[in-house]
Design a protein. Structure first.
Length: 252
């Protein structure tokens, strides 16, 4: 819960019995290093708030995505860390928050796309080629040669910053096209589709080190945005560079 006033925002969470929120209150009261007791209240220190923010920063479809990200990145830049006494609580809180499964990249392409209920019309790899910024799609620079969708952390970390940012940007463009602009033309603007897709890439449609990079560099990627990704895609379709897939295969 967030209560806004002209001069500040105040956040509240109901601490149900036997919940991680209730447990955190107990930990704060027991450990003087986690809070300041003043005027009859325990005031959590910044490291505690940082731990809370970090525990749910990847929550999918959160209405507070931007605020949580801004708060988390601000406190991270200030040097906030998870206190040793909250490490176990933090892991428990993450399990409570992320009750759903995240995608695994070390699988075949058929398995990766199976079950997401999206009516695919065009070949996924061709869409990547249609909106690429370099001589090949960015993910090709860090994709394992022996896997269809698996990307190598080692190769990714060895890439320059331009390729890394384009990697997140292009994934967001493709997601915006496949899940919004192609199946639902005109419902959202290209910008709105992209922003939603970038949020997904930064939270729930990817996982691990790639998601962390996308999250930490959200605004850098956002600043690279260009409306032309939609027109570039349709031009590639008109030029015959994007293959249409069999409608019977669209569910993959």
């Amino acid at each position: 819960m967030v209560v806004q006033s002209p001069n500040s925002n105040m956040e509240f969470e109901i601490a149900w019995d036997n919940s991680t929120a209730s447990e955190l209150l107990s930990l704060i009261q027991q450990d003087n290093s986690l809070s300041i007791f003043s005027d009859g209240y325990y005031w959590a220190n910044p490291n505690v708030i940082f731990t809370l923010k970090k525990s749910h920063r990847y929550l999918k479809d959160s209405p507070h995505f931007i605020k949580t990200m801004n708060d988390y990145q601000h406190m991270k830049n200030l040097g906030c860390q998870i206190p040793d006494s909250l490490q176990d609580w933090y892991r428990k809180r993450e399990k409570e928050t992320y009750w759903y499964q995240h995608p695994k990249l070390d699988v075949t392409k058929d398995k990766f796309f199976n079950g997401d209920n999206i009516p695919y019309i065009f070949d996924h790899d061709d869409i990547h080629k249609a909106i690429k910024h370099l001589d090949m799609p960015a993910y090709e620079y860090y994709k394992s040669n022996d896997k269809e969708v698996f990307c190598s952390k080692k190769l990714f970390m060895g890439c320059n910053e331009e390729i890394k940012l384009y990697g997140v940007l292009e994934e967001s463009y493709v997601l915006a096209l496949e899940r919004s602009q192609i199946p639902l033309p005109g419902k959202w603007s290209p910008r709105k589709s992209f922003e939603y897709a970038l949020e997904k890439v930064s939270t729930s449609i990817t996982s691990g080190w790639f998601r962390e990079y996308a999250y930490d560099n959200y605004y850098k990627v956002l600043n690279l945005y260009n409306d032309n990704y939609v027109s570039n895609f349709w031009k590639a379709v008109d030029d015959g560079k994007v293959k249409r897939i069999n409608i019977n295969e669209s569910s993959r």
